[in-house]
Each structure stands twice: as C-alpha cells, then as structure tokens.
Design a protein around this ligand. Structure first.
Ligand code: SF4
Length: 379
C-alpha cells in the first residue's frame, strides 16, 4: 500500500523533506566538508555552515519536494521507491524561511528538489521562491538554488539571475558511470550542458556580484576510480572555473541492489574515508599548489585509505626533503606534511621580520600534525 499523507502542515513537510536530504544524495549537496551531516537536533532544516571568511552561519536548507520522476539508482527518493512524499508550496516556503530570518536564526536559504514532473516545472517552483524573496520580501541575502538536471537554458538563466550561488550535481566522472546510475539522465545534455551554461553566466558581470557555482560527485555508487574523479574535478576548476566541488559517500543499502557500490568489497566506513581523501585532494589542488597529475594513486587508481595524499606524495618523493624552513619558498613549505597555510604564513612572516625559525614549536602548537612535519624539515 502506498503511504498517503493528508494535508501535512509546513513543519511536518519540513521534517520529512529535511530528513530525506540527510545523506546529501538526493540532489542536496553539502556546502562545506565540515558542515555535512551536522544538523540542528530539533529543526533538521536549520543547518550550520562555515562561511567563506572562515566564520560560521546558519542556513535554512531543504528540499522543496521529495516527489521525483527520476530513476537515480543510488537515491532513496527515486520514482520506484515509496517514501512519504510531499511538496512545499512556494508561498509556504517563503513564509517559513522569512519567519526564521526575521527571528535572526538563519542568514540564507539553500533549496533543492526532486523532479516534480519535469525539470522545468521543478525549476519554476524553485525560481518562484527566489523571486518572491527578492521582489516581494526584498530579501538581499544568500540564496543557493540547486539546478535540476535537464533544466532548459531559460530556467538556468533565471536561477542564475536570482541566486547568490547555483549548483548542479555532476554525480559521476563521465558518461559511462552515469549510465550505470540512471537510465533517464543524459550525461552530456542534462548535466554537462547546464553546468557549462551556469559557468558562462555565473562569471558575467562585476566580480563582487559573481554568482558562486559548485557541484557534487556521489562517491562509490558506481565503480568509478579516484583517479577519474580527480581528473574531472581538476577540469571543473581549471576549465569551467567552479568555486567548489563536493563529494558525497554512497552508503550501502540506500540504493538499488544492482548498483556496483552494493557489490563492492568496500565497507561504508571505507567509502567515508575515501570521501575524506577526495576532500584532502581538493584542498591540495585549490590551496597547496598541487597539480592533479601529481596526486598519488595505487595500481587500481585509488587513493590510499591508510595515509593522507600529501604525506603519500612526500613518501614517494624523498628527493624533495628535508625542506629548509628558513630558505624554502611558500609552495615548498606547503608541501611539508603537517604544514598548513597558517603555519606557512607564520614562518614567512617571521622570516620577513628578520627572524629565523629554530624549532617547530615557534610556529605552531605541539601536536600530531606538527610532529609529523619534523621528519620532513631542517633548520
Ligand atoms: S533526481 Fe535523482 S538524486 Fe535527485 S531526488 Fe530524483 S532520484 Fe534522487
């Protein structure tokens, strides 16, 4: 028997919808590695996030509907499943968000959705909410809209014109993996085409008004390798100028029994570690000056689960160490396992002021990270 909900109230809908995006698989990407899976215990649609400036804020984050016409085999909301389905109306969403915003409890809104009939019908609802907020409520704050795969160019343009940030989940590194996960989604037409269009539109106009663009891979649902993901990720940054790429570990048991991820030897814990390693690689490429081609993989094109990728690279390149803390440039220092941008900045400032570093304790707090660096530096 299908479950039937008779006129659930807004809070009940929010409870259902925010629970359904808890694994960040159902078209709802995280906004930061640290933020993911950390929600308010009570109102699960209230979502603490780390801001670009390193501060913290709270978002109102929800699906507007868990109705979905799509067949993504990793997703518990796919059409063939029978979860409790419901949809928030645009006015209802705006009211709920504005109540929290006026009470000073949230600074912005993150909206996603299952596919209600067609991609453009869904986009109409998402865009209607953003328009009501911008035009009727005169809300000038943060709005993140998730673009639905297969959305038309016109729908993408509207979303970009109203939002502060826009994302569309790429999900897989390439078409072959996409076909393993969905018979309905056309990788090039439904995913890559709108991602490219968002990239073009988001970078128009003055820099201070730029719309941020992100995407997300689902990790471990198909049999994609880490090397494939890293290659695609690097392309998204260098060729399309995306601001962030996120990863969501597929947790076994959520999807269809015939998924490669359901038959793989990796445990759910392994996939979570793999997700963490991919985030570490993302940092190496964005913040530490690594090229995608330098990232170490094993013979099966996987990242090591046992050791972090920067330390793995250092172990494979003994000729680059020890690094002289008092002579090395910023990029050389950043390659030392255990050194992050803050430690490197302290070293450079001390040197710029005419000082020398004689011990690691002068530039950082004693701990596992700093003691790791000891094996790779000299003074
Ligand atoms: S489009 Fe795919 S991932 Fe998104 S809600 Fe529907 S089935 Fe799930």
């Amino acid at each position: 028997m299908p479950s039937i909900i008779t006129r659930p109230g807004t809070r009940e809908k929010l409870a259902i919808l925010s629970t359904d995006c808890q694994y960040d698989l159902a078209c709802a990407c995280g906004t930061n590695e640290q933020d993911r899976r950390h929600r308010s215990g009570e109102d699960k649609w209230i979502y603490p996030v780390t801001l670009q400036n390193g501060g913290h804020g709270v978002l109102f984050k929800t699906l507007i509907s868990n109705v979905c016409a799509n067949d993504c085999r990793y997703c518990p909301l796919r059409a063939e499943e029978d979860p409790r389905r419901c949809t928030l109306e645009p006015e209802e969403t705006v009211r709920a968000f504005m109540d929290y915003h006026r009470a000073g409890k949230v600074f912005g809104l993150f909206l996603s959705s299952g596919v209600i009939g067609t991609p453009d019908r869904t986009m109409e609802r998402l865009v209607a909410i953003a328009r009501l907020l911008r035009q009727k409520e005169e809300f000038r704050g943060y709005i993140h809209l998730k673009v639905i795969p297969g959305a038309s160019d016109a729908a993408v343009q509207e979303a970009v014109s109203l939002a502060s940030a826009v994302s569309l989940n790429i999900e897989t590194p390439g078409e072959a993996h996409c076909r393993r996960l969905s018979a309905k989604k056309d990788y090039m037409q439904d995913i890559i085409r709108p991602i490219k269009l968002i990239s073009e539109l988001a970078r128009k106009g003055p820099r201070r008004r730029r719309v941020r663009q992100s995407t997300q891979f689902v990790v471990g649902a198909s049999d994609e390798t880490d090397r494939e993901i890293v290659r695609y990720m690097a392309g998204l940054y260098t060729r399309l100028g995306l601001d962030r790429v996120y990863f969501s570990a597929y947790q076994r048991g959520l999807g269809h029994a015939d998924l490669p991820g359901e038959r793989a030897a990796a445990t759910n814990r392994d996939v979570l570690t793999r997700e963490h390693r991919l985030y570490q690689v993302d940092w190496l490429i964005r913040k530490y000056g690594f090229e995608a081609g330098e990232i170490p993989f094993d013979a099966a094109n996987r990242l090591s689960l046992a050791v972090d990728p920067k330390e793995h690279w250092a172990q494979l390149h003994p000729e680059k160490f020890p690094v002289d803390v008092n002579r090395a440039d910023r990029l050389e220092l950043l390659r030392v396992p255990g050194f992050g941008p803050t430690t490197v900045q302290r070293i450079l400032e001390r040197r710029a002021n005419g000082g020398r570093v004689r011990a690691l304790s002068e530039v950082g707090r004693a701990g596992r990270r700093l003691s790791k660096a000891a094996a790779y530096v000299k003074f």
